[in-house]
Design a protein around this ligand. Structure first.
Ligand SMILES: Cc1cc2nc3c(=O)[nH]c(=O)nc-3n(C[C@H](O)[C@H](O)[C@H](O)COP(=O)(O)OP(=O)(O)OC[C@H]3O[C@@H](n4cnc5c(N)ncnc54)[C@H](O)[C@@H]3O)c2cc1C
Length: 170
């Protein structure tokens, strides 16, 4: 079936690029063409090449959505991992991360992840060990891309129990 050319055609990897970065870059370019200078502070009023100012919620995942949802799955898996896993569960969890790192659709993210797994393999001896290991892994990515470091002492509040103030209780 024919489809409209996409701004991503040159890149061929939606999961490796960020829609918000694209919108910011497009706005900067348009501003430069119109002689407007200054920092870009938000997305409101910006549009993509097709003129859409908001992204639909049912588009293919970009790098950031994929990352956010993937971390959600990974941390929730770690939060629900057994306190005393069997040998088979330990082996399966190691295998899971190694396979995940082979197929993660952002290829340069996956490449770094594979390297990281060689340096610091998954700690699969308990729920606590796995959750803390994953928190540290996520923080390494946070540092790499300039995001805030997360306090790993709060990882079970964030991903398993809900915040101590009861704001996640229902
Ligand atoms: C394996 C993997 C590798 C990635 N590699 C790259 C990369 O190389 N380059 C790149 O640009 N993007 C990468 N990403 C995407 C990136 O990490 C973010 O997911 C993306 O930038 C969206 O960020 P976000 O603000 O939604 O928060 P995310 O980083 O997605 O975090 C989601 C939520 O997790 C919680 N959180 C944050 N840090 C921690 C932590 N340390 N432990 C526990 N919980 C935490 C916070 O509540 C946060 O809101 C990767 C994603 C994954 C899953």
């Amino acid at each position: 079936m024919n489809r409209r050319p996409s701004p991503l055609d040159n890149d061929q990897c939606r999961s490796c690029s960020s829609f918000s970065d694209y919108i910011k870059a497009t706005k900067k370019k348009k501003d430069a063409e119109n002689g407007i200078t200054g920092a870009v502070t938000g997305d409101s009023g910006n549009s993509n090449n097709s003129g859409y100012t908001r992204r639909r919620s049912d588009c293919p995942l970009d790098k950031d959505e994929l990352g956010n949802k993937s971390w959600g799955l990974l941390h929730t898996m770690a939060a629900n991992y057994p306190v005393q896993p069997s040998q088979a569960q330990k082996t399966d969890m190691k295998t899971f991360f190694n396979v995940f790192a082979k197929f993660y659709p952002c290829h340069y993210c996956a490449e770094d992840l594979r390297e990281e797994l060689k340096i610091d393999p998954p700690k699969v001896d308990s729920q606590e060990a796995l959750s803390q290991w994953l928190c540290r892994l996520h923080n390494k990515v946070n540092v790499k891309i300039g995001k805030e470091v997360f306090d790993c002492s709060k990882v079970n509040e964030r991903w398993r129990d809900g915040w101590l103030d009861g704001s996640c209780d229902y």
